[in-house]
Design a protein around this ligand. Structure first.
Ligand code: GRF
Length: 214
């Protein structure tokens, strides 16, 4: 996968990796249609591949329904998954990988290989509440607000450079489910906007301005 520096002189080719429902896929498909047509006028990019590490994950059906190649790579160890995923990324000439409810930790080698071209969304205002069950963590901490963060992926867990955050209030009536649902609603706005920032060069993993020689 060539190391493009954004902005590209052509529509970017996006891949989405997910392990479950693919809650973020519809908003990414709406923002970056699988087939760029004149009507959409979307020049920034299109989703060209969806990958799941879970056989039969609902995200695969969502991809197929949208006419996007849906690749099921059952997790048989990290090395095997990353090898097959890398081959698919090359085959589909992917420029940017969007993790969206992808519940596995990728290797330092993989994240280094795709540095600047690998992003993730997390349901908290990082660095607060990294890892699993972030909405529950916020509730248990008595937080007055939480939200979501789109960030570049580095070798750590939820530690890469932040791209964009959106905030929600934590209500006294909230439980983990209601808070997660309200955060998810903000994610639908945050993810496409963050991807646009990356594709236009407005956000980079090392904070250098757009067009900076990489
Ligand atoms: C979202 O909360 C997202 O922030 C996190 O995973 C959740 C989506 O999972 N990364 P799914 O797509 O509903 O399985």
């Amino acid at each position: 996968m060539p190391r493009p520096s954004f902005p590209l002189s052509r529509p970017a080719r996006l891949a989405v990796f997910a392990s479950g429902r693919g809650s973020n896929l519809p908003s990414l498909l709406a923002a970056f249609p699988p087939r760029i047509d004149e009507a959409s006028g979307e020049e920034l990019g299109s989703v060209v591949l969806v990958v799941s590490n879970v056989p039969g994950a609902p995200v695969l059906d969502k991809a197929s329904a949208a006419g996007v190649p849906a690749l099921e790579l059952a997790w048989r160890g990290r090395a095997a998954f990353e090898s097959a995923a890398s081959a698919a990324l090359e085959e589909h000439r992917v420029d940017l990988i969007c993790l969206a409810g992808f519940m596995r930790v990728l290797s330092a080698e993989f994240t280094a290989r795709y540095q600047g071209r690998l992003v993730n969304i997390h349901p908290s205002l990082l660095p607060l509440y990294p890892g699993l069950a972030a909405p529950q963590q916020a509730l248990e901490a008595g937080a007055a607000e939480s939200g979501c963060t789109v960030h570049f992926v580095d070798a750590g867990v939820d530690t890469g450079a932040k791209i964009l955050q959106r905030t929600v209030a934590v209500l006294a009536s909230d439980d983990a489910t209601s808070l997660a649902e309200r955060i998810l609603a903000e994610e639908q706005l945050a993810y496409p906007e963050a991807v646009r920032m990356v594709l236009t060069g407005a956000a980079s993993h090392d904070g250098r301005p757009a067009g900076h020689p990489s």
